[in-house]
Design a protein. Structure first.
Length: 243
């Protein structure tokens, strides 16, 4: 060892010293040098591979991009309904005005009861406002009540039924043998007055109901009084008005 150190102090003694440390004494120097070259080549390849992998890696990946929005093209809904020929009207379009016509009229009197139904409006007048008991001639008060209704009846485009009603108390007079004759005569009297006031006769009809259509029990005086009445029924245009 002292010899080796002594040699290291001269010229190339250092290089020989390093070789002797790496290559044991008695070993094939050329073979050992070849093995070292292969080893260094492998290390170099591993280093290159590591650098390549590092280059392809993404140390700070950007956030994933949102998927592109789908283009939505609105498609108009198919038209529904009934096709109309020129010059025709859809029936449903007439229903609303007809329904408005069936609204109860605005009357400036409390002597007439307005009864609204789906297909008609009834103007109810108690017989005591129109006639004397057991009679079929209009009183002065009766004509004034009807005068308040003339404009409403003229404006109504549909048919008008004038119905006379009585209670169930029988009547047997020379003029009215039964309640049928009395109720019919009263309805006819009202119709004729309305016709003379300007309501078209072709849109009116008179019907006597006698006591067949009561609105209250005939078992007491108030009920019988309610049943003695005249109803002016304003029908819709398309309603069948058969009695």
């Amino acid at each position: 060892m002292s010899e080796l150190l002594a040699q290291g102090r001269h010229g190339d003694g250092g290089s020989r010293f390093r070789e002797e440390l790496l290559v044991p004494e008695g070993a094939d120097t050329e073979a050992e040098s070849g093995w070292m070259l292969i080893y260094l080549d492998v290390l170099t390849l591993l280093l290159v591979l590591f650098i390549v992998l590092l280059a392809f890696s993404d140390p700070d990946p950007s956030p994933p991009q949102a998927a592109p929005e789908t283009l939505v093209i609105p498609v108009p809904a198919p038209a529904t309904g009934t096709a109309l020929l020129p010059g025709t009207e859809q029936p449903g379009m007439e229903a609303e005005p007809a329904a408005r016509e069936m609204d109860g009229p605005d009357l400036e009197t409390d002597r007439v009861e307005v009864i609204e139904e789906r297909d008609r409006v009834s103007l109810r007048i108690q017989d005591s406002l129109l006639f004397q008991s057991g009679a079929a001639s209009l009183t002065t008060e009766g004509t004034s009540v009807l005068d308040e209704l003339v404009q409403v009846l003229q404006d109504h485009p549909g048919q008008i039924s004038v119905e006379g009603h009585t209670d169930n108390v029988p009547i047997r007079t020379q003029a009215f043998p039964s309640n049928w004759e009395l109720s019919t005569a009263r309805a006819t009297e009202v119709l004729r007055y309305l016709e003379s006031a300007g309501v078209p006769a072709e849109r009116m009809r008179a019907v006597g109901r006698a006591d067949t259509d009561p609105v209250a029990p005939n078992t007491n005086a108030p009920g019988r009084a309610a049943n003695r009445r005249v109803d002016l029924i304003l029908h819709r245009d398309d309603e069948q008005t058969a009695p």
